[in-house]
Design a protein around this ligand. Structure first.
Ligand code: PLP
Length: 369
């Protein structure tokens, strides 16, 4: 038997979440598949979404090239835009849509070869996140410059929220409202479709709904606001199995550092998964797991290849029992919170375990390249 660690990817849930996101937002929606689809496998996710999605998005050109090489033909927006003239030409050949968020990218477009196909550009305006994006006061000038380059097929106006996920903090709400106002003022005289909402904006900010939504994390079943009632389904179920068990006597220490000490007699199961697979090393004692569907907890420090769980209250569980690290029974957001990390990080970090795709439509489970 192979090592039992496995990430099962439910492509029906992915398509369900995409359609739920788009229905709530209205208009069109980009499916954000950057960072290998947040750890879920970009090619398989793109193939599953292509029949239903208006367009896809990745962070950089090489990520889009991987999808094109796998036969994905849907429009793909490159969220970081290009880094060089060479990349611009490749992007144009592949028919990619490009974010433009600083002057150097405008210069690259102005200098593009005449033969370069006309570009669909998304002009990213800094409405207050203060990371990337052209200053709100420069938006009209950059827009005019792009049009004057003669290399442009269309311009979509976009911005990105810094704090839309924080729906309880008053200053965060003020910041998002200010971003909306800055964006609207900067673009009031400019034509073209608009796009503001990431997952949090889409879920928590009806005022941010424009022509295009850009859902990412919610496609994978995570609500970054923690408050929405939308029926989002977890896409990844990370599982492994108990491969050994032992009993700890009261006072015995277990694992690296010896800093977990049994407070009473404990029956412990060793599970074949660890931080080498992307399970967070900082998710220590008390982090929830489910054994054959029943809740229990991690004990002690997570190792590279294994971790320990408490089987004391689960007499039927033992060697071979299936352990869910996250999925329908254990919310990845709860594990993330325990580890002091983001759900985004946990999903992106998954590695070394095989990804197994499931879908009711067999045609969706098409992972060959
Ligand atoms: C990553 C990204 C998104 C998706 O964000 P989520 O929080 O995962 O929904 C949307 N827009 C831009 C510009 C991004 O970089």
């Amino acid at each position: 038997m192979n090592r039992p660690a496995l990430a099962r990817i439910d492509l029906d849930a992915l398509c369900h979440n995409y359609l739920a996101a788009r229905r709530l937002h209205g208009g069109r929606a980009l499916a954000v598949l950057k960072a290998n689809a947040y750890g879920h496998g970009a090619v398989a996710c793109a193939r599953a979404l292509e029949p239903v999605a208006d367009a896809l998005a990745v962070a950089f050109v090489a990520e889009a090239e991987e999808l094109r090489a796998a036969g994905v033909r849907a429009p793909i927006l490159v969220l970081e835009g290009v880094f060089s003239g060479g990349e611009l030409e490749r992007a144009a050949q592949l028919g990619l849509w490009l974010v433009v968020h600083h002057d150097e990218q405008v210069r690259l477009i102005e200098r593009a070869p005449i033969a370069c196909a006309r570009l669909h550009v998304w002009l990213k305006i800094d409405s207050g996140m203060h990371r990337v994006g052209v200053a709100a006061g420069d938006a009209a000038r950059v827009h005019a410059r792009l049009l004057a380059s003669g290399r442009i097929a269309s311009i979509t106006l976009m911005s990105h929220f810094a704090r839309a996920d924080d729906v309880t903090d008053a200053s965060a709400r003020d910041a998002t409202e200010a971003q909306l106002a800055v964006f609207d003022a900067a673009t009031i005289d400019l034509p073209g479709p608009r796009s503001l909402a990431n997952s949090a904006g889409l879920l928590a900010w009806p005022a941010a709904r424009r022509d295009w939504a850009r859902p990412g994390i919610m496609l994978y079943g995570v609500d970054p606001t923690g408050t929405s009632r939308l029926d989002l389904r977890p896409v990844m179920t990370l599982t492994s199995a108990v491969f050994a068990e032992r009993v700890l006597a009261p006072g015995e220490a277990m694992g690296y550092g010896g800093n977990f000490v049994a407070e009473r007699a404990l029956r412990v199961g060793l599970v074949a998964i660890g931080y080498g697979d992307g399970y967070p090393a900082r998710a220590g004692t008390g982090t929830p797991v489910a054994v054959d569907g029943r809740p229990t907890r991690v004990l002690g420090r997570v190792s590279m290849d294994m971790l320990a769980i408490d089987l004391s209250e689960l007499p039927a569980a033992g060697i071979g029992s299936r352990v869910e690290l996250w999925g329908p029974a254990v919310a990845v957001a709860e594990v993330a919170q325990r580890a002091g990390m983001l759900s985004y990080e946990l999903l992106c970090n998954v590695k070394r375990v095989p990804l197994e795709y499931v879908a009711t439509t067999a045609a969706l489970v098409d992972t060959g390249t």
